[in-house]
Design a protein around this ligand. Structure first.
Ligand code: RB5
Length: 151
C-alpha cells in the first residue's frame, strides 16, 4: 500500500500519481488534500507519516510546491525517513542507502516527465541492506541519544 498526500500546490501531481499507480496495478490510499483550495502541508505529512508508522502503508509520497515543507514535517516523526528528490539518482540512492520510506516531490520544481520517473524508481528500488547502511539507518532511528555529544 502506498500512502499519498499533498497540499494545494501538489494536488495536480497527486491526482496524476494516482493514475500512474493504477496503471502499475499498485494499491494506494489518498490522505488528501481533496481539492486545489489552499491548505497546510503539515496536516497531510502527518497523516501519511502516521499511516506508515501504523503499518497501513509501506511507503508514502508527499507533494507540495517544493517538497521541502513536506519533508521537514514528515521527518519529525521518528521512524520516518522522508527524502526530497529532484533527480532519478537521488530517488534511487534515497532507497538504496537511506531506506527512505517517503518520497517528497515539488510540483513547482520538478517537471512531470521527470517526476513520473522519480516515482517509478523510488517504488521499485530496494534498500541495499548492507552492513554499513543498516548501521547508519539504525543510528537515525535513535538520534540524538545514539551518538552522544559530538560537539
Ligand atoms: C504553498 O504555497 C507552499 O509553500 C508549499 O506547498 C510548500 O512548497 C512548502 O514547503
Amino acid at each position: 500500500m502506498i500512502a499519498l498526500g499533498s497540499d494545494h500546490a501538489g494536488f495536480q501531481y497527486k491526482e496524476k500519481i494516482k493514475e500512474l499507480l493504477i496503471s502499475l496495478h499498485l494499491e494506494y490510499k489518498d490522505y488528501g488534500t481533496f481539492s486545489p483550495d489552499s491548505t497546510d502541508y503539515p496536516d497531510y505529512a502527518s497523516r501519511v507519516s502516521n499511516a506508515i508508522l501504523k503499518g497501513e502503508a509501506e511507503r508514502g509520497i508527499l507533494i507540495c510546491g517544493t517538497g521541502i515543507g513536506m519533508s521537514i514535517a514528515a521527518n519529525k516523526f521518528p521512524g520516518i525517513r522522508a527524502a526530497v528528490c529532484e533527480s532519478i539518482d537521488s530517488a534511487r540512492l534515497a532507497r538504496e542507502h537511506n531506506d527512505a520510506n517517503i518520497l517528497c516531490l515539488g510540483e513547482r520544481i520538478t517537471p512531470w516527465e521527470k517526476a513520473i520517473e522519480i516515482v517509478k524508481v523510488f517504488l521499485t528500488t530496494e534498500f541495499e541492506n548492507g552492513e554499513r547502511h543498516c548501521r547508519r539507518v539504525n543510528k537515525l532511528n535513535t538520534l540524538p541519544q545514539a551518538l552522544g555529544d559530538h560537539t
